[in-house]
Design a protein around this ligand. Structure first.
Ligand code: FES
Length: 147
């Protein structure tokens, strides 16, 4: 006869130990997360970033309208390959402007406002230039920034 207990006793102890350790670890992570997040540096809330796709697929003489935050931005690739970006909100009554490849200018469909490719208001009712948006190619991606 043997004095050994049931063979499953060590298994129960292992299971309990693992469960307690796992629960303690989970509680530690859950309770530490708000503290770590509070102490971590936060991104600049005034800096918004968006992308307009791969630069090599963005053909010269074309444009895209993308959202930067909740605002539309008109991104134009000029014939020489440079990028320009402006707020796509017309400075007259806030219609969304578009690039005209045919006329090589920016046009507002609402009241025929016209802007140059530098964003200057050149004809029609717009009272001010379009707001410029930062644009650069970062690792092959057209990246927009607004302060
Ligand atoms: S809203 Fe653009 S010209 Fe009037």
């Amino acid at each position: 006869m043997s004095d050994e207990g049931p063979k499953d006793v060590p298994g129960r102890r292992d299971f309990l130990g693992t469960t307690i350790t796992g629960t303690a670890a989970t509680l530690g992570v859950v309770s530490a997360y708000p503290v770590v997040r509070f102490l971590s540096p936060r991104p600049d809330p005034g800096q918004r970033i968006a992308t307009a796709g791969e630069a090599e697929k963005f053909l010269p003489g074309t444009s895209k309208t993308v959202l930067l935050g909740d605002k539309p931005v008109l991104v134009i690739r000029l014939d020489d390959g440079q990028f320009r970006a402006f707020s796509a909100i017309c400075t007259h009554l806030q219609c969304v402007v578009a690039y005209s490849a045919q006329h090589r200018q920016i046009e507002c469909p609402c009241h025929k406002g016209v802007y140059s490719l530098e964003g200057a208001n050149v004809s029609g009712p717009p009272p001010r230039p379009l707001q410029s948006v930062g644009v650069e190619v970062v690792n092959g991606i057209v990246t927009l920034t607004e302060a």
